[in-house]
Design a protein around this ligand. Structure first.
Ligand code: FES
Ligand code: FES
Length: 155
């Protein structure tokens, strides 16, 4: 796809019509067309994890995903975790442990942690550290982030 085209994406259980060319990233589509600003643009080069979303349940960097390649895939953003006005257990745990500082990295961090907890509900500390190792944070020191995920997995 070289020219701009219109197509549907499955995001947080709904269908969203978007327009993109062969170079438009999923991150840009989410933020600029769908109005989902939770995923952040930190580096736009696949280095920081601030843009992490779930693609078919796996945490991926949306700044590296070409939007036109994920038609018919299940896309989930931080906004999709809340159900009926209630934060997900992982979101709540991040708040309860004081893991959130400036918050910029947190949507990506929570999505990485959510993917881990779904795949391995009893993940231990090393698995938690490994799961968030691609998420850079300049504020928290990571200790409270690991504590937050431990609250959910019981580690
Ligand atoms: S913005 Fe995607 S990895 Fe940094
Ligand atoms: S809480 Fe500020 S960058 Fe992580």
């Amino acid at each position: 796809m070289t020219s701009t085209q219109q197509f549907d994406l499955k995001i947080n259980g709904g269908i969203h019509q978007v327009r993109a060319d062969g170079a438009t990233t999923l991150l840009d589509v989410l933020r600029q067309q769908v109005g989902l600003n939770g995923a952040k643009c930190g580096c736009n080069q696949g280095l920081c994890g601030a843009c992490n979303i779930l693609l078919d349940g796996k945490a991926v960097r949306s700044c590296l995903v070409i939007a036109a390649t994920v038609i018919d895939r299940e896309i989930e953003t931080i906004e999709g975790l809340e159900q009926n006005g209630e934060l997900s257990p992982m979101q709540q745990a991040f708040l309860d442990t004081g893991a959130v500082q400036c918050g910029f990295c947190m949507p990506g961090m929570v999505m990485s942690a959510t993917a881990l907890a779904r795949e391995n509900p009893e993940a231990g500390v090393e698995e938690i550290r490994n799961a968030i190792s691609g998420n850079l944070c300049r504020c928290s020191g990571y200790v409270k982030v690991v504590d937050a995920v431990r609250l959910v997995t019981g580690a």
